[in-house]
Design a protein around this ligand. Structure first.
Ligand code: GTR
Length: 328
């Protein structure tokens, strides 16, 4: 046999062994999250893990690391990129600088209501956004709703005029910085885990989030007025490392994708209950709520037009915006 053939055969043999090894290796995929173990995102990823274990006869599982134990959203996304962590559940805001499509659902007031959000983000427009992650080296498996984000401070916010000069925490993202600057407030980008201290020490006057995060992170202890500005409904996203994904067999990838899709309905039920529960708890704790009916939303919509233009500048992004806005 000629040496060339020999080396080809040994190469093929190595490939076969490698493939068998990949398929034989059981994995406990590590998934990072900033929320506590019992928060809906973590319970949903745990559900995904149980489904995955069933589909792979117990071979693959998912282990959730909550409470920012593996780092901030930005840090863990970087680790997922290099394959040091297998998975992450973050706000889509953590991908604003990486996947331009992920910015679109954070455009202020883009969703008319929850039904509009669900029809698009669990529908074709959501699929477009998820698919866009791959060219940046990530496999986005599914999105979850996260209610509406509203502003909380020591004082009520009824119109954009009340925002002037407020030191307001934002998620580390250019879109978020611009969004808050447009209102006349002063944005301070900071990881979730640091906001509690920021509010306590007076480094921040205000922050913004949905009811469950406002409650979980105990931001209500210092920022006791929650004004239902409902300015953004950005979704959560569950993302898998492409580096790790590329080592998996086709049936294993399919099982992961299916488990993620199946976790949405499970999540939505938990989220619905959590929102109600969190709101009831913060009311009990003495928080004053300014209901959305008392907020001059028009004043916010006006100043945010420039943000839409700035962050959906390409024809592809404009088409995505149009398709969301025009969806029934
Ligand atoms: C929450 C979201 C987290 C994180 C946090 C934040 O609503 O679930 O992933 O993004 O907001 O504001 O940092």
């Amino acid at each position: 046999m000629k040496p060339r053939h020999k080396s080809l055969i040994s190469l093929m043999a190595t490939a076969v062994v490698a493939l068998a090894a990949t398929q034989a290796t059981a994995r406990d995929f590590r998934s990072a999250d900033v929320h506590a173990k019992d928060y809906p995102t973590n319970l949903a990823v745990k559900f995904m893990g149980d489904e995955l274990a069933k589909a792979t006869a117990g071979k693959h599982k998912i282990k959730v690391f909550g409470d920012s134990a593996l780092g901030s959203e930005k840090d863990t996304v970087e680790q997922v990129k290099i394959g040091a962590i297998d998975m992450v559940r973050v706000s889509t805001a953590a991908f604003h600088g990486i996947v331009p499509e992920s910015m679109i659902p954070s455009l202020p007031f883009i969703f008319r209501d929850l039904a509009h959000f669900r029809a698009t983000m669990y529908g074709p427009q959501g699929d477009t956004i998820l698919a866009a992650f791959e060219k940046s080296g990530f496999i986005a498996l599914c999105m979850y709703e996260s209610g509406a984000r509203s502003i909380y401070a020591k004082k009520p916010i009824r119109s954009v005029a009340d925002m002037k000069g407020l030191k307001l925490r934002v998620q580390p993202s250019d879109l978020w910085v611009s969004l808050v600057q447009a209102t006349g407030a002063s944005p301070t980008p900071m990881p979730y885990a640091e906001v509690y201290t920021g509010l306590k020490t007076g480094l921040l006057d205000a922050a913004e989030n949905n009811y469950p995060s406002y409650e979980e992170a105990r931001h209500y202890e210092t920022a006791q007025v929650y004004s239902e500005t409902e300015h953004v409904m950005s979704p959560e996203v569950v993302v898998f490392s492409k580096k790790v994904w590329d080592t998996l067999a086709a049936d294993e990838r399919a099982a992961l994708r299916k488990a993620a899709k199946d976790s949405i309905a499970f999540y939505v039920q938990l989220w619905d209950a959590k929102e109600k529960d969190a709101k009831a708890n913060i009311i009990k704790a003495g928080v004053k709520i300014i209901p959305s009916s008392e907020i001059d939303k028009k004043s916010f919509v006006e100043v945010e037009k420039a943000v839409w233009d700035k962050f959906s500048a390409t024809p592809e992004l404009k088409a995505l915006v149009k398709s969301i806005v025009e969806a029934k």
